[in-house]
Design a binder for this molecule. Structure first.
Ligand code: SF4
Length: 445
């Protein structure tokens, strides 16, 4: 086996398409065959064919599907009407979105929905292999189908095979086809076509092939060199990265130091401001306290004044009350005194009256007594007068008798009988003297 055949064998061995290509359905136009390529990325061959039929039934005009909303397409495809269950719509959204994107890409590249020109137009190779959504693998499959299951040797394939050392660029496509085909195992043409398409799509791009990730890097001359260059670039990039990291670390350190200085400066400013704020706060609090105290003092004074006023008012009221009470008491006392006085006066009047009565009685009694006494005296005087008269009479009798006696005595003297006549006179004088010495009777009270 030649080196080129070995390279092709390695390619077929190591490059496996991400999704299988569909089985061509007889009678379908190339556009719908391409749609099957897209649908097979999500489902089996049978499901893909069924979904294609559904889409075609719902949207007979592919352009209508291209410009419709994916939710609407999914709803119509799933339930045949709008507003299908959300879960069903969600499940079919990726499929519908890919179908619509495929139509959009075809429309943008060809300005229509007819790919039948691929069967005749060799210039279509370039066009169809420049459809990123369909992909080189899908486009190659379509070309393979369009050309009657011939290996489509397009530019991207030549580029990749050239890098692998299987063909040489520069020769015409017909020549290149002749150079390639002998190395493809019989019956593996389609797999070869799709494998190369997959290789181009995933790794072997035109400007920047990803040789370091390509499964064929060990078999690829270009790839080995590119991989070495990539490793050198990576080493340089790593060194540069480390350098950048070191520089960044220094810068970060400087920045950190600068930030720290700035933070310290800001902290100092903040501290000064905080102190100022604290001082201001203290001052404000002090002033507020002073004001509060002044207000409290005023308040206290007002309250004291109020209390004093109330107390004065109370005292005045009490004094007034006391005065009133005193007046009432005095009035009462005066009244009582007046009553007492009146009583006393009454009593005095009564007493006076009684006294006067008594005095009158006494006077009357005295007068009565005096009258009695007078009467007694008069009586006594009368008696005395009578006595005296009697005595006078007696005296006169006595005198008469004495005179008689005297006369008799004289006569007797003459005859000697004058002495017996003096004795009766002395005897007459004695009872009168005794009556005169007798005390007057006591007055009754
Ligand atoms: S190694 Fe590189 S050049 Fe070779 S096939 Fe792979 S991607 Fe292409």
């Amino acid at each position: 086996m030649s080196k080129k055949s070995e390279a092709v064998a390695k390619l077929l061995e190591k490059i496996v398409p991400r999704s299988p290509m569909p089985e061509a359905v007889d009678g379908l136009p190339l556009l719908e065959q391409g749609m099957l390529v897209v649908l097979r990325r999500h489902m089996t061959q049978t499901q893909a064919v069924s979904t294609l039929k559904k889409l075609r039934a719902v949207y007979p005009d592919w352009n209508e599907l291209r410009v419709s909303q994916v939710q609407e397409i999914a709803s119509l495809m799933v339930a045949g009407k709008l507003h299908a269950p959300v879960e069903d719509i969600q499940k079919h959204l990726p499929v519908v979105r890919d179908a619509r994107d495929y139509l959009q890409e075809i429309y943008q590249k060809t300005h229509g929905f007819d790919l039948e020109f691929l069967k005749d137009d060799s210039s279509a190779l370039k066009l169809i292999t420049q459809m990123p959504f369909l992909g080189t693998a899908g486009a190659s499959w379509l070309l393979w189908l369009a050309t009657g299951k011939q290996v489509p040797v397009h530019g991207a394939m030549v580029r990749a095979l050239d890098r692998l050392g299987i063909v040489t660029r520069g020769a015409g496509s017909k020549k290149q086809k002749e150079l390639v085909e002998p190395h493809i195992p019989k019956g593996e043409e389609l797999r070869f076509v799709t494998a190369v398409g997959e290789l181009v799509d995933r790794w072997c791009t035109s400007s920047k092939p990803l040789c370091h990730e390509c499964p064929l890097v060990d078999e690829c001359v270009f790839g080995k060199k590119a991989f070495q260059e990539w490793k050198v670039q990576q080493a340089r990039a790593e060194a540069q990265r480390q350098k950048d990291d070191a520089r960044r670390a220094v810068l970060e350190k400087k920045e950190a130091a600068k930030r720290a200085r700035e933070d310290a400066r800001l902290a100092k400013i903040a501290e000064a401001e905080a102190k100022k704020k604290a001082r201001d706060k203290e001052r404000i609090e002090r002033e507020a306290k002073k004001k509060r105290e002044a207000e409290q003092a005023v308040q206290r004074k007002l309250e004291a004044d109020k209390k004093a006023k109330i107390a004065a008012e109370k005292a005045r009221a009490e004094a007034e009350k006391k005065k009133q009470k005193d007046a009432e008491r005095k009035a009462l006392a005066d009244k009582k005194a007046a009553e007492k006085k009146a009583e006393a006066d009454k009593k005095a009047a009564l007493a006076k009256k009684e006294a006067e009565k008594k005095a009158a009685l006494a006077k009357k009694e005295a007068e009565r007594k005096a009258l009695l006494a007078k009467k007694e005296a008069e009586k006594k005087a009368a008696l005395a007068k009578a006595e005296a008269a009697r005595k006078e009479a007696a005296r006169k009798e006595a005198e008469k008798k004495a005179a008689a006696a005297k006369a008799a005595a004289a006569k007797g003297k003459a005859k000697s009988s004058v002495k017996p006549a003096s004795k009766p006179a002395a005897a007459a004088k004695k009872p009168a003297a005794k009556k005169a010495a007798k005390p007057a009777p006591k007055k009754k009270r």
